[in-house]
Design a protein around this ligand. Structure first.
Ligand SMILES: *Cc1c(COP(=O)(O)O)cnc(C)c1O
Length: 211
């Protein structure tokens, strides 16, 4: 016997939740994360439902191109970043923003010849075994990145929490403090909180948030 599982998505509930996010972080701009087909809810329907977002984020360039092909002109951040030189002209052409956290990516950016510079979010490892640039690598990396003509200056800064849904550990508080320490003297905009961060960790509601 087979069971059929159906998920019904309530657009009103989605929009209600978006309003809750706004209320929690009225000073922050919202990047609505639509990765993995909007968590299985449908990339385009959810993008349209969350038209009040300041930006969208997806995991891969292909998802971003689907949004652009459907006349969505909002800023789009590609969370998964890029892996090849060929991806860069595509990012520039479609005005896609990207995360950045390896020396290989930096070299590709330096060597590219692009029609326009790209907005990048430098991803900092704030100590929780997530992808990101480590503190000791930062000064040399920043020196090169801030002189890269293919990057919109000043570049932005982000980190990602590993346990923000757990309120009984100090892990997130320590990540917030480390992020603030590492980014203190940099001029770019900041993005820290995921959904649980927004709800439970007020200090993580930075310039941008990523529910
Ligand atoms: C998935 C993801 C988010 C959203 O995370 P939730 O825990 O689902 O709110 C935010 N930022 C990044 C970098 C992500 O990969």
């Amino acid at each position: 016997m087979m069971n059929t599982v159906t998920a019904s998505i309530d657009i009103d509930a989605l929009q209600h939740n978006f309003a809750v996010v706004r209320r929690h972080a009225p000073q922050s701009k919202i990047i609505a994360v639509l990765k993995a087909n909007a968590y299985g809810h449908g990339l385009l329907p959810v993008a349209h439902a969350l038209a009040q977002a300041d930006a969208y984020a997806v995991a891969r360039v292909e998802e971003a191109l689907v949004l652009r092909a459907n006349a969505i002109t909002k800023p789009i951040l590609v969370l998964g970043g890029f892996f090849s030189a060929e991806a860069l002209p595509l990012l520039a052409k479609h005005e896609l923003q990207t995360t950045l956290h390896t020396w290989e990516q930096l070299a590709l950016l330096e060597q590219a010849s692009l029609p326009a510079p790209i907005k990048v979010w430098l991803k900092l490892d704030t100590g929780m075994n997530r992808l990101g640039l480590r503190a000791e690598e930062l000064p040399a990396f920043i020196e090169r990145l801030s002189h890269c003509r293919n990057v919109v200056q000043p570049f932005h800064l982000m980190t990602h929490f590993s346990q923000s849904d757990e309120q009984d550990t100090q892990a997130t508080q320590l990540q917030i403090e480390e992020f603030n320490r590492l980014s203190a003297h940099l001029p770019g905009e900041r993005a820290m909180a995921n959904s649980a961060g927004i709800l439970a960790w007020p200090a993580s509601r930075s310039d941008w948030i990523r529910p």
